[in-house]
Structures are given as structure tokens and as C-alpha cells.
Design a protein around this ligand. Structure first.
Ligand SMILES: Cc1cc2nc3c(=O)[nH]c(=O)nc-3n(C[C@H](O)[C@H](O)[C@H](O)COP(=O)(O)OP(=O)(O)OC[C@H]3O[C@@H](n4cnc5c(N)ncnc54)[C@H](O)[C@@H]3O)c2cc1C
Length: 479
């Protein structure tokens, strides 16, 4: 037997960990839960991630009673997107006055941590967790071993043990505990490329308070959104292998394709700011609490499930996960009873599919189209852009899914294949740009090109299936 110090240990006071600590502390119980939130550094993080919260994430924060964390951080309302292709913008507003927020990630995290710290029964401890402690007989996880920072010194001191009925790992995208928790059920994240980030000063976006996505030839998309009164984040998607001269590539090949108002701020930022980069990973969720996964522990947030950051859905998924877990854990009276906890994990895994799968699949499918690197994907990209230009439901449906306002994988499939069919229609009926001599001219397909186009349209539809269906499979596989 062991001495239980806490009911729940949470590793990582980032987006998911802080929200879960607060949510568990507010569960109605005769005695408040004793929760320990372990974080390796409580200093304000300076990262290029998690800077735009979709309206679906704002709503989840409200449900958790944490919406005040968006105040006093110079956050900017986000009212939708502006997508730019070949210098042409298309406006994609969030419907019905829904709003997201964009901000400096570190300031938001500090507010979340302060909120978790104030919650009843929550101890926030600055310590780096190095290993899980397992029962030598049952292999159940009993707690963690961690190293605290010494007060007033950056030197680590000796390791400490923390025990609890339940351990939750929320240590983010570089998690060291995936294999230990998931065993054979775990898969390695698929790194699709990197986002390279800089902050532009006083930049003028094509539409104020709108995230801007510029579709760039030869590279992945460029994402821009205002994160403070004077600051605009620019994230440039660079595919693997990364170019040896990243700055030069952005300046020579990418910046000229951005709206002209951004050229000077981009040049200044590249000259002054340190380029930072993060991998863009995709990690489908594996079911936890059964099979080969460990007892006494589960993964939450990016340590368990990641999607492409293009659509800014990570925090929305994490907060919605916590909303659902809060509801499901409300029915658990004893966190040491693994049967009760594993039942919650099973229900959570399947119930979250509606929102998480939609956001996960959309992020990668849209990235494949927007970052088109072959001719067939380019046809789909053009079709997608022109589909948005149709307006009405062709904008409202996709943006509601992306923003986490509506949650339906079926609706996503409908719009995705509508885009594929429309792309084929566009191929037959719209002029395409060709270069004759030195001049670029728009020409409509001639009748004698139709047999070739019929063959190409089968290829385009097949490409759409190859993009979409394997993603659906990663979500519905049950082992
Ligand atoms: C380039 C990029 C841009 C993104 N932009 C957006 C966006 O605009 N909008 C959006 O919604 N999502 C975005 N995301 C995704 C989003 O950042 C993540 O989904 C979200 O931060 C996940 O939260 P988390 O709590 O799982 O991890 P994190 O927020 O990363 O928190 C993990 C915490 O664990 C701590 N930790 C790690 N190891 C240990 C240890 N051993 N011991 C103790 N503590 C530890 C870390 O210090 C950290 O505080 C982006 C991702 C990338 C890569």
C-alpha cells in the first residue's frame, strides 16, 4: 500500500492542465478534491503557439467559468478570416456575431495559471516530472517523480515523489510519457512541416480583426493575426526538409507573394526578430483506459492528440475536452477505482469525436489543399478558393466547423466533397492562367481538351478521397 497525498496529479500547467485543475476543483463534492498541478516553469512562456482562440474555445472557457482569463491581456477580437490567393482576398466571417480572441500566448497562460492557483484544493508546484512511479506488482501508475527548483536559485534539487489516485499527463506536444502510458496503442506524431514565426510591428492586415491566410506558390500557407495593439504574428509554413537559409527563403520567395502593405513590416521583423520554429504535427487519439494502456494515468491535450495548427483548433479541442471530462468525472466518487475512471475514458473517447474529429480532420485536409504541392492538389486548392467565393452556405458551413461553432464530421465530409466536385466543375468551365511567350493570359478549356479533362477529373476526385478518407480512418479505428 502507498500513502496517497493527492486525489489527482496533473503534469503540465499549460492550456489543458490548468483548465482541468480548475474544472476538477469545482466539481460538487462533500470534500474538495486535493489536486496537484506540476509545472516545470511557472515563468511566463514565450512561444509561437496558441495565440488564436476560436469562438468554440471561447464558449468552452465560459462553460468552465474561466472566460475572465481573456481579460487584461491586450487580446484582440477575431471576427473571421480573410484568405488571399493570387492577390485576391475572400472574406470568411464568423456568423452571427460569434467572436474568437487572439493574444500573446504567455499572457493568457499566466491568467489560466493564476485562476487554477486560486481554485480550492489546487496546489501548483514548480517541478519537472521525470518519470512515472508504477506499482511493482500491478504496474498501475501511483504517481510521479519530479525535481523541484530551489527557491531563489535555478539549480535543481533532489527528486521528490508525488502520489495520487489518478495521474493526468498534459505536458504538451513534446511529451515524454506517450509510450509509457499508451504502450503498444501509441503512434508517433507525424510531423508535416514547421511553422516559422516572427512578430510584425504595426502591420496592416487586409481585414482588421481577421486572421489572414495567404496561399503561397511553392510553399505552405502563411498565417497572420494581430496578437496585441501593435503586434501581429506571422507564421510561415515550411515543408520538410527545411531550407538551409530560412530567412532568405522567406524574404526572396514568400514575402513578395504577401499583400504589399506587409512587405516593409516583414523585412523589418526578419532583420530584428529571432526566428522561432515549431513542428506542425498530427497525432490521432488512441483510446485510453483499456487494452495495453496503463492503469492510474491518462494523457490529455497535445500529449495525446494533435492536429495541424493551420486552423488554430488545438486550444478549442483542449478546452472542450475538459468541459466533457468535468461532466463525466462528476459521476466518479472514487478516483482510485480504475473501473469507474476507465468507463469515463471510454465514454469521453467516443463522445468527443463529434467536435475533436471534425477539427482534427479539417485541419489536415485544409492544409493539404492550401499547401498544395502537386497539380491535382492545386486544382482542389483553386476549387476550394472559388467555393468560398460563392459565399452563403459555402462559407458559413466550413467556418462554423473550423471555429468549433458546429460539430459534425458528416457536415465536414459534405463540404469537402462539394469542394472536390466544384473544383472539377471549375476545371471545365473557368478560364485558367497560362503563359504564352512572356505574357500570362486566361484561357477557357477548348472542346478538344475535354477527353484529357475527363481523365484528370477522375484523378482529382481520387486525390480528394486520398486526402480525406485516411483521416476519417484515423478517427474511427477502435483498436
Ligand atoms: C506553431 C503552432 C501554432 C499554434 N497555434 C494555435 C492557435 O493559434 N490556436 C490554437 O487553438 N492552438 C494552436 N496551436 C496548438 C496549441 O498550442 C496546443 O494545442 C495547446 O497548447 C495544447 O495544450 P497542452 O496543455 O496540451 O500543452 P501546452 O500548452 O504546451 O502545455 C504543456 C505544459 O507542460 C509543461 N511541461 C512539459 N513537460 C513537463 C514536465 N516534464 N514536467 C512538468 N511540466 C512539464 C510545459 O512547460 C507546459 O507548460 C498551435 C500549435 C503550434 C505547433
Amino acid at each position: 500500500m502507498w500513502t496517497t497525498n493527492y486525489d489527482v496529479l496533473i503534469v503540465g500547467a499549460g492550456i489543458a492542465g490548468t483548465a482541468l485543475a480548475h474544472a476538477l476543483s469545482t466539481l460538487p463534492r462533500s470534500k474538495p478534491l486535493r489536486i496537484c498541478l506540476l509545472e516545470r516553469s511557472l515563468a511566463e512562456p514565450d512561444r509561437i503557439v496558441g495565440e488564436l482562440l476560436q469562438p468554440g474555445g471561447v464558449m468552452a472557457l465560459q462553460k468552465l467559468g474561466m472566460e475572465a482569463c481573456l481579460e487584461n491581456i491586450d487580446a484582440i477580437p477575431a471576427r473571421g478570416y480573410c484568405v488571399v490567393l493570387d492577390g485576391q482576398p475572400v472574406h470568411i466571417p464568423y456568423p452571427d456575431s460569434y467572436q474568437g480572441r487572439s493574444f500573446h500566448h504567455g499572457r493568457f497562460i499566466q491568467n489560466l495559471r493564476a485562476k487554477a492557483k486560486q481554485a480550492e484544493g489546487v496546489d501548483v508546484v514548480e517541478a519537472t516530472v521525470s518519470e512515472l512511479i508504477e506499482c511493482p506488482v500491478t504496474s498501475r501508475v501511483l504517481g510521479v517523480r519530479a525535481t523541484r527548483k530551489k527557491e531563489g536559485s535555478s539549480e535543481p534539487v533532489e527528486k521528490e515523489t508525488f502520489f495520487a489516485d489518478l495521474t493526468v499527463i498534459a505536458d504538451g506536444c513534446f511529451s515524454n510519457f506517450r509510450t509509457a502510458v499508451l504502450g503498444g496503442a501509441g503512434v508517433k506524431p507525424d510531423v508535416k512541416g514547421h511553422f516559422v514565426g516572427v512578430v510584425l510591428e504595426d502591420a496592416q492586415l487586409p481585414m482588421e480583426q481577421h486572421g489572414t491566410v495567404v496561399l503561397v506558390k511553392g510553399h505552405g500557407p502563411v498565417l497572420l493575426y494581430q496578437i496585441g495593439e501593435h503586434d501581429t504574428r506571422m507564421l510561415v509554413d515550411l515543408k520538410n526538409p527545411l531550407p538551409s537559409d530560412i530567412k532568405g527563403t522567406i524574404l526572396d520567395e514568400i514575402a513578395p507573394q504577401l499583400p504589399s502593405a506587409l512587405h516593409v513590416p516583414v523585412e523589418k521583423a526578419l532583420a530584428k526578430d529571432r526566428l522561432r520554429r515549431m513542428p506542425n504535427s498530427f497525432l490521432p487519439p488512441a483510446e485510453q483506459g483499456a487494452g495495453h494502456t496503463k492503469e492510474g494515468v491518462f494523457l490529455l491535450g497535445d500529449s495525446w492528440n494533435m492536429r495541424h495548427p493551420l486552423t488554430g483548433g488545438g486550444m478549442t479541442v483542449a478546452f472542450n475536452d475538459v468541459v466533457m471530462l468535468k461532466e463525466l468525472f462528476g459521476g466518479v466518487n472514487d478516483f482510485s477505482d480504475w473501473r469507474q475512471v476507465s468507463r469515463v475514458l471510454h465514454r469521453w473517447h467516443w463522445r468527443r469525436k463529434r467536435f475533436a474529429s471534425t477539427i482534427n480532420i479539417l485541419s489536415v485536409a485544409l492544409y493539404d489543399l492550401f499547401g498544395a504541392d502537386d497539380e491535382l492538389l492545386e486544382v482542389l486548392r483553386t476549387g476550394c478558393f472559388k467555393y468560398f467565393e460563392l459565399g452563403g452556405n459555402c462559407i458559413r458551413g466550413p467556418v462554423c466547423l473550423l471555429a468549433g461553432i458546429e460539430q459534425s464530421t458528416m457536415l465536414l465530409a459534405r463540404h469537402f466533397f462539394a469542394v472536390a466536385l466544384y473544383a472539377i466543375w471549375v476545371m471545365f468551365t473557368h478560364p485558367r492562367r497560362v503563359t504564352i511567350g512572356e505574357k500570362a493570359v486566361d484561357v477557357k478549356p477548348r472542346l478538344d481538351e475535354y477527353p484529357f479533362l475527363v481523365f484528370k477529373c477522375a484523378q482529382v476526385f481520387w486525390t480528394a478521397c486520398i486526402v480525406f478518407l485516411p483521416l476519417v480512418w484515423t478517427e474511427i479505428r477502435w483498436w
